[in-house]
Design a protein around this ligand. Structure first.
Ligand SMILES: NC(=O)c1ccc[n+]([C@@H]2O[C@H](COP(=O)([O-])OP(=O)(O)OC[C@H]3O[C@@H](n4cnc5c(N)ncnc54)[C@H](O)[C@@H]3O)[C@@H](O)[C@H]2O)c1
Length: 284
């Protein structure tokens, strides 16, 4: 059985997603411990949380003050500080061997009843859990970016994920104010399996001169009612993230997922989108 009563949530990784997950958990009243590999990275995660909480407070979107919410979050560089957590969500690098190592360490640190969730975008839950004694307590809890704003969470069920782990994943996401759907542990799950080829095709259309980048984005926004066209969305996600996800899908699912030529060239040139100030568009 898995532990159902959750008071304290551990988050591994204080980057874009980990800091967002810590923030929504603390906002929902949970005590949170966030772990990253060095103090500066933990501090930078706290800076993002502070900025985001201030913005939400300015819009009257918080029931408590940012300071009260923030007090519930502790930072650490020691994984063993997660020993008394009732649930852990891993949001470290999208790299199978890094995630496997983290889960093996977590298995040594956390009680056997504690569910260990991963926020992976494309990696197999079954592969991440494959070397564990208790793979039944591993599940995908795929939050969307930016976590405090996006309502959806994809629950991904691995080969060995137990029914009680799966139930807990849906339940906790709902406690955090999210709405869930479920995917089997197939490459890219529901979201990235469909989103990444859409972005990739937008990049190919631009590279092959079908239209200007603005017209490709306008065509998809005005013509299909999506909030952002593929090139703008790629810049927001990060072109390196899009390339990595597409390469994983290509490896698993074959030629229809081959990354667009221009996506690879942009990443090699260090033009990763909004985060580097330039991608398909320029940013201040
Ligand atoms: N960014 C997105 O849009 C998005 C959306 C959904 C899911 N994801 C997934 O979430 C995960 C995190 O992505 P991100 O965008 O936050 O990445 P990020 O690079 O912003 O943050 C990752 C953090 O993990 C830390 N880290 C690395 N190894 C660690 C370890 N052993 N222990 C603790 N921390 C460690 C890094 O120092 C870094 O701060 C990835 O699996 C990614 O695929 C990302």
């Amino acid at each position: 059985m898995v532990r159902e009563s959750i008071d304290r949530i551990g988050v591994v990784g204080a980057g874009t997603m980990g800091s967002g997950i810590a923030q929504v958990a603390a906002t929902a009243g949970y005590d949170v411990v966030v772990r990253d590999i060095d103090t500066e990275l933990v501090e930078s995660g706290f800076d993002s949380i502070d900025d985001s909480l201030e913005r939400l407070a300015d819009r009257d979107d918080l029931a408590e003050s940012p300071a009260t919410i923030r007090e519930r979050i502790e930072g650490t560089t020691a994984l063993k500080a997660l020993a008394d957590c009732d649930l852990v969500v891993e949001a470290a690098l999208e790299d199978l061997s890094v995630k496997r190592d983290i889960f093996e360490e977590l298995e040594g640190v956390c009680e056997p009843s504690v569910v260990l969730a991963t926020n992976t975008s494309t990696l197999s839950i079954t592969s991440i859990a494959s070397s564990l004694d208790r793979p039944d307590r591993v599940v995908g809890l795929h939050f969307m970016n930016p976590v405090p704003i996006m309502e959806g969470v994809e629950v991904v069920v691995g080969e060995k994920t137990s029914g009680s782990t799966r139930e807990l994943a849906h339940g906790i996401a709902e406690e955090l104010g999210k709405t869930t759907w479920e995917s089997d542990d197939k490459p890219g799950f529901v979201t990235n399996r469909i989103l990444m080829p859409w972005i990739n095709e937008g990049i190919r259309a631009y590279d092959e001169g079908v239209a200007t980048k603005d017209d490709i984005d306008a065509g998809m926004e005005l013509g299909t009612n999506v909030p952002m066209g593929p090139l703008t969305l790629a810049d927001h996600i990060g072109l390196d993230v899009c390339l990595h996800a597409t390469e994983t899908l290509h490896e698993e699912l074959g030629d229809r997922y081959r990354p667009a030529y221009l996506l690879k060239r942009k990443v090699e040139a260090g033009e990763l989108g909004k985060k580097t100030g330039s991608g398909f568009y320029e940013y201040e």
